[in-house]
Structure formats: C-alpha cells, structure tokens
Design a protein around this ligand. Structure first.
Ligand SMILES: Cc1cc2nc3c(=O)[nH]c(=O)nc-3n(C[C@H](O)[C@H](O)[C@H](O)COP(=O)(O)OP(=O)(O)OC[C@H]3O[C@@H](n4cnc5c(N)ncnc54)[C@H](O)[C@@H]3O)c2cc1C
Length: 409
C-alpha cells in the first residue's frame, strides 16, 4: 500500500493529526492495533482531561468540540492549591486571569470518540485497524512499515502517535529520557455532598497527593490520588463502602459524604521526553514526543500543539509545491514543539519531586513557594497564562491559518 503520510496510533493525537490533514489531498494511512469497534465506542478509562482555551479552539477547528455532549463538558473556573493541612491555599482565579473560566474538563474517552467521528468517511484516509506495526525501515526516498499480518505500507513520511512508550520512535533509533516517579495515580469519578463550585483542587498532603477535578454535575468530580503502587492496589481491592469511607477520610470530610460512580483506574507515573522529535522521514507527535506527568494537566494540550505545529508546516510546504517531508520542514516542527513543551516538562518534574517529598527541608520549601504565590500576583498571573494557554502560539503563522485544508463546520 502506498501513501504520502503513514500515522501509527489512532489515539487522540493520531486521530486529530489525521483530521488536520483533511481536504489537503494527501493520501494518509492510519495504523492502529485496536479494532475499529473499540475506537468508535471507546471504553471509559477514568481520565478527565483538563483543556486550555487554545486547545478548545483547536478542537473546534478540528470538528471535535461540537461533537461533545453538554454533560461531558465540565467548566474549570478556578484552581486551588493546598499544602499539608492548609485550609486557605493558593487560589488561581478566573477573574484574575481576565477570563470566564480557566479551562474545561472532558473525559478522555469522549475526546477519543469525537476524534473518531471527525475522521469517519474522510476522503484520502485509510484506516488499518486491529493490526500492529511490526517493523520500520526508512531510506532517503521514504519509509516502509511492515505490519504484523504481513502487509506493508510505503509512505513519504511516518508520523508516530503510538504512546509515550512508542515502538516506532525506538525503531528509528530516537532515545527518550524517561523519569519513573515511583508513584501510581488512581482516578475515580465520585459524587459528593458539598458542591465543587467549578474549582479544581491540587492538594499536596504529607505522604499523598490528592486532586479534585470538577465535572459537569456540581456534585460530581474526579477524585485523584497519588501514592506508591502497593497502597493503590490495596485501595483498589476494597469493597465500595470501604473505598468511599477511605476517600472521604483522605479528603478530610471537606466534601461531605463521598460515593464512587465508577470503578477506580490506576496509572503508573512515568514522564517521557524524546531526545529528538524527528528523524529522516519521521516525526513523533502526542505522547510519543512528550509524555507528561498529569499533575500539570498538559499531556493532550501538548499533543494538540504537536498536531497543529506539524500539520501547518506540512500543508504550507505542500501548497508551495515542496516535498513536505524534508529536513527543513521537520526541523522547524521540532524547534517549535520543543520551545512549547520543554520548560513546563522540566517544571512539572520539579513540582512533582518537591511536592512528593515530605522531608522537613522540602516541607519548608513547599510552604515558602505557596506563600510567595499567595503574595505575588505576577507569579499567579504567569501560572494562569500557562493554564489558559494565553502564551503566544509557537509562531504567529501557526495561529493565522491552522488546518487550512479543513472544511469549516
Ligand atoms: C491519569 C491521567 C490524567 C491525565 N490528565 C490530563 C489532563 O488533565 N490534561 C491533558 O492535557 N492531558 C492529560 N493526560 C494525558 C493524556 O491522556 C495523553 O497525553 C493523551 O491521551 C495521549 O494521546 P496519544 O494519542 O498521544 O497517545 P495514546 O492515547 O497512548 O494512544 C496511542 C495509540 O497508539 C496505539 N498503538 C501503540 N502502539 C502501536 C503499534 N505498534 N501499532 C499500532 N498501534 C499502536 C495504541 O493502541 C493507542 O490507540 C492525562 C493522562 C493520564 C494517564
């Protein structure tokens, strides 16, 4: 099979990227190991994805946002950071950010479903589902993917969107820095007596980190708990009543009675930053380029940035009649995406390290950092600019005409 662009991985990043190429005339093949049935009706994986204003705009342009059901969209008005047994905390307010809200919360499975719906029937797109990529071979002319069922795909450019543990990234010889945080994150949708007031909590207690992500219903949130894996496994083994009581106690009863609405799901925390995002005839996007620790809620926001940064450059080169998979086009993508992601990736590692450390010196530093934030409004505004993604897009040209091939919905 022959095409211009082969994408490996039909997760949120791979599907969004395929959608961004709609109407361009580029022939695209998307290879995914999962069967199409699980892509059209993705299972609830417990993840609630906090999205910035910029990401909402990109999802609108890609035709994903308007496919979400109203009940799937939670408004994130404010964010509260608490340390230890603190009650006051550091508030990041939408008013101070000059916005109606800081962002939105949307279930990951809803993003996957809408991305799937958006590419359904897309001209020039072929989906090869239920099959893994078994081998990759690149040369100056292009790339050949060998599939596990014996078929092969020849393309001018291979785009890896096959998760933070990307095998295609490894196949082309790109190293990645991985950081195992030695912690596991448990996520669980819960009903609680006290309304969440559309405020997210990040609560760095001693020995555990808690978060509360406000969902559409004022009494329903995603409760998030970070602990060593063996403690998470003990919690997962509890029956419903014991689990609810345990979570209520961890949240210090501040939300009143808590009752789970779904089974808790656990995610081991490993951050990944690829040393290169490109190689000859190759580019990595989504988690295959940058796999974030969820504490700063930026994984898919960065994934959308990679989709925008790469697709706009490819489409621009194509309109200019150039080979879109040349080194200059790919290098420009890499620079843009590194600039957009590296500072927050490093800051997130530092935050997760500091707030996961309960030694006396770290506790003092934690208190100092939050006290500084409470009294320094420029610091708060800087953090909020990151939350809402009010920072300038990587290049002005990216912002001017993203996804130029797309029909307007
Ligand atoms: C608990 C948690 C909370 C999070 N919260 C947020 C948040 O608040 N905000 C935010 O922006 N992000 C958040 N994220 C991150 C976000 O979920 C990810 O960044 C995003 O889902 C990554 O999408 P992706 O398409 O790059 O990769 P994936 O979703 O991992 O998809 C990869 C796809 O590739 C396929 N694949 C893999 N290998 C092969 C192969 N060899 N052949 C064929 N197919 C293959 C897989 O089947 C899969 O479909 C969170 C993550 C977690 C774990």
């Amino acid at each position: 099979m022959q095409c211009e662009i082969a994408i490996v991985g039909a997760g949120p990043a791979g599907l969004s990227f395929a959608r961004a190429l709609a109407g361009s005339g580029l022939r695209v093949v998307l290879v995914e190991q999962a069967p199409a049935a699980s892509l059209s009706s993705p299972a609830d994986d417990g993840r609630e994805i906090a999205l910035t204003h910029r990401s909402q705009q990109l999802m609108r342009q890609l035709g994903l946002w308007d496919r979400l059901r109203a009940s799937e969209i939670g408004l994130l008005r404010d964010a509260l950071v608490l340390d230890g047994d603190d009650r006051e905390g550091l508030l990041f307010s939408h008013r101070e950010a000059g916005r109606d809200n800081l962002g939105w919360l949307v279930p990951n499975h809803a993003i996957r479903r809408t991305a799937w719906e958006a590419v359904a029937g897309q001209a020039d797109l072929t989906l090869l589902d239920g099959v893994r990529v078994a081998g990759v071979c690149t040369d100056a002319a292009g790339v050949v993917l060998s599939l596990a069922d014996g078929r092969s795909v020849r393309a001018a450019l291979l785009v890896a969107a096959d998760s933070r543990f990307s095998e295609t990234r490894r196949a082309v010889g790109i190293r990645a820095r991985m950081h195992d945080f030695g912690r596991t994150m448990l996520v669980c949708r819960m009903r609680h007596d006290t309304p969440h007031r559309q405020t997210a909590w990040e609560w760095f207690r001693y020995g555990q980190t808690l978060a509360l992500l406000p969902l559409h219903d004022p009494h329903v949130s995603s409760a998030v708990l970070t602990l060593p894996q063996q403690e998470i496994q003990r919690l997962q083994a509890l029956d419903e009543a014991a689990f609810n009581a345990d979570m209520q106690a961890r949240f210090d009863g501040r939300l009143g009675t808590m009752a789970r609405l779904a089974l808790p799901v656990a995610y081991p925390l490993v951050g990944v930053y690829a040393e290169r995002f490109i190689a000859p005839r190759f580019a990595a996007i989504g988690d295959a380029a940058v796999g974030m620790h969820p504490v700063t809620a930026h994984g898919f926001n960065f994934g959308l940035h990679s989709v925008e940064a790469l697709s706009t450059r490819l489409l621009r080169a194509r309109r200019a009649g150039q080979d879109c998979a040349t080194g200059a086009v790919l290098r420009s993508y890499e620079r843009s995406h590194q600039r957009a992601t590296r500072p927050l990736y490093e800051a997130t590692r530092a935050i997760a390290g500091l707030y996961g450390d309960d030694r006396p010196a770290a506790r003092a530093l934690r208190k100092f950092a939050l006290g500084l934030g409470r009294h320094a409004s420029p610091f708060r505004r800087l953090v909020m600019a990151g939350l809402t993604d009010d920072v300038a897009p990587a290049t002005r040209r990216d912002a001017a005409a993203p996804f130029a091939g797309l029909p307007v919905r």
